[in-house]
Write a protein that binds this ligand. Structure first.
Ligand code: F0G
Length: 459
């Protein structure tokens, strides 16, 4: 039996949820073209669209907001943040950015070159788009277990190190400007990367003289998985593990909207002073002065405090335990998910959920639409709508291997009762799965269609 972890916090402020009926929700989703991105958040009962920027901050973080120093240059909160960044990540140079993409854009401008590959265990979609838009090749090199929803490999987020070495040799090391590692691997179902894999990837980077950066949005969750699953780390604190992880990187970009436990912000850290010099120019052009980088002083303070809270063991035990409880309860109820559950989300396997709906008829969208109408729960499709590619020459559409619906858990927001409600709703939908039909697209934009496409049920 799945056990719910102890919640190491109590409630001080509540945010009411606006109740709705099934009929109201059926009308709302039809208006939104069966695309949950088109819903008003107030029309959602339990919002599992993302864990990004949806965190509940602590009383200490809110108190920190009151000591925000809004000076243009050199505000005190920047120095507080710098202390946290130096302690955790060990990087001598860093800048804050308005969110992860702010850091990612600058990194890509400085490293991506047309026709040249950027290897990564798996690129997150905005990272991939940032590589592609500059003419680069986004090379995804996950281990084979990442593609198997039933494999219980403890580190399914790992980089395929042999594949990385082979790719560098075939492209020529001089043609590979940068190696990225995404911890945890969001696109591969939020699975962690082992310390051993970080070390081995570092060795390949050294062998060929290529810089290695982490995409570190969920680094604290990754550190906790290392503690739980990798030999030699059980007695180490999440902070010590994080310090070792980052000792293998030349730098990192990070969306602090996840493990930074804040609602907005990003970070870009690095060891190389010459690179920092280039970053400072880009920062002033795009984000703002170096000591605020697109954030208010109060937001920098909340992040400085959030980074430390995000590494507390009691917090991480609850966080990872809650996701595990959610996943295990779904498995107990017979709902097919990607196993084992990752750090920030449970990924339902939409192909096994609706075996009668072909991928060309968007089983994942059928699932998000019905789950919303039935229960007011919002998840996100990460399948054919998000990732199918049509070959411009043959006109043939290639669907992705995995067809999932991500149910991401905001940090410190929902209780066991909420999770149980989502599990029951999904189990009821699964029981009547044969009554659900596929979907077809009625309108789509040229890029990243999953954000704006409109669909309708078939038949
Ligand atoms: N890298 C990873 C691994 C991410 O998951 C995200 C965002 C980003 C970079 C970009 O950061 O949003 O602050 O600009 N992921 C969110 C999600 C949007 O829902 O998974 P950002």
């Amino acid at each position: 039996m799945a056990k719910y972890p102890f919640e190491p916090f109590r409630v001080k402020v509540v945010e009411p949820i606006r109740m709705s009926t099934r009929e109201q929700r059926a009308a709302r989703i039809a208006e939104a073209g069966h695309n949950v991105f088109g819903l008003r958040a107030e029309d959602v009962l339990i919002d599992l669209l993302t864990d990004s920027g949806t965190t509940a901050m602590s009383d200490d973080q809110w108190a920190g907001m009151m000591v925000g120093d809004e000076s243009y240059a050199g505000c005190r909160n920047y120095y507080h943040l710098r202390e946290a960044v130096e302690e955790i990540f060990g990087m001598p140079f860093f800048v804050p950015t308005h969110q992860g993409r702010g850091a990612e854009t600058i990194l890509c401008d400085l490293f991506v070159q047309p026709g040249k590959p950027i290897p990564n265990n798996t690129h997150f979609d905005s990272t991939e788009a940032n590589v592609l838009v500059r003419g680069g090749v986004a090379l995804n090199l996950p281990v084979p277990e990442a593609r198997d929803p039933a494999s219980h490999h403890p580190f399914k987020g790992d980089m395929d190190v042999a594949g990385l070495r082979a790719a560098i040799q075939s492209w020529g090391p001089e043609n590979v400007p940068l190696i990225l590692l995404t911890v945890t691997n969001n696109t591969a179902a939020g699975q962690p990367v082992s310390m051993r894999n970080l070390r081995e990837t570092r060795a390949v980077a050294d062998e060929f003289g290529i810089p290695l950066f982490f995409d570190a949005a969920r680094y604290a969750e990754n550190a906790y998985f290392i503690k739980l699953r990798e030999a030699g780390y059980a007695e180490k604190s999440p902070l010590e593990i994080a310090q070792e992880m980052f000792s293998y990187a030349d730098g990192f970009v990070m969306s602090s909207k996840k493990d930074g436990l804040v609602n907005i912000g990003g970070l870009f850290g690095m060891r190389d002073e010459a690179l920092y010099g280039k970053v400072t120019v880009e920062m002033i052009l795009r984000e703002g002065f170096l000591t605020y980088g697109g954030m208010a002083g109060r937001d920098l303070e909340a992040l400085a405090r959030g980074l430390r809270e995000g590494l507390q063991e009691s917090y991480l035990a609850h966080r990872i335990g809650q996701t595990r409880y959610f996943g295990e309860k779904l498995v107990d109820a017979g709902v097919p998910i990607f196993e084992p559950p990752g750090g920030h989300a449970v990924y339902v396997d939409a192909r096994r959920f609706f075996p009668h709906i072909p991928q060309s008829e968007f089983p994942g969208v059928a699932l998000t639409s019905h789950l919303y109408v039935d229960a007011g729960v919002r998840g996100i499709e990460l399948g054919s709508l998000a990732f199918a590619h049509t070959d411009p020459e043959t006109g043939e559409t290639r669907c992705p291997e995995l067809e999932t619906v991500r149910l991401a858990l905001p940090r410190r927001v929902y209780s066991q009762t909420h999770i149980d409600y989502v599990v029951e709703s999904l189990a009821e939908l699964y029981a009547r799965r044969e009554s659900v039909r596929g979907m077809r697209v009625v309108w789509e934009g040229p890029y990243m269609r999953h954000f704006t496409a409109r669909l309708e049920p078939i038949g």
